[in-house]
Design a protein around this ligand. Sequence first.
Ligand code: URA
Ligand code: SF4
Length: 208
Amino acid sequence: MKSDEILAKVAEEVQVCTKCDLHFSRKNGVPGEGPISAEIMFIGEGPGFHENEQGRPFVGPAGQFLDELLGQVGMQRGDVFIGNVVKCRPPGNRDPRPEELAACDFFLEQQIQTINPKVIVTLGRFSMGKFIPNAKISEVHGLAMRVKGRLIVPMYHPAAALHQPSLRPVVENDFAQLPDLIASAESAPEYEVETPEEKTEPKQLSMF
Ligand code: URA
Ligand code: SF4
């Protein structure tokens, strides 16, 4: 199958998927959108109210902020792929559950493999957790790291910055680094999952 056909098939399957309980609260599945040629993929958490209504990712307040952030680094929504770890809205915007994340991962994996982006920017804890499960977002946000050959840049969720104004400049600053991070993608260090302390303070190797 051609790349565009794979993405279209994922989008169709999401609309009728019943692999987890989130399908009960789905009005529209939100597969995600963006060009096949996208070099950057943003992965959020899951559809909220507006996304569920429209079937499109990041079209509510968090999406407006994301558009602003993209604009600040000279990018437009149409340049990038925007998706989520779960494709159907968790009721009342509750956190997605482990079994829901596991059930939906199949779709996200197909999208990642098809688009094969240069960099994946995770927005928030849940999409960060897919790649660097033990990391703390407060410690790793804005850092580029290579995970199984892919360049991952974890960032705070834009909605977090809307709820917590002190995070706003942090998110803006992380976004401002994106063009440089992408340019130096090849040299990003491989992330050793475990604890962030081990990453910054390598264990002293005994000589004997
Ligand atoms: N928040 C998300 O994580 N994803 C969306 O699509 C919208 C808001
Ligand atoms: Fe299927 Fe994902 Fe929707 Fe669950 S969230 S019903 S796995 S598309």
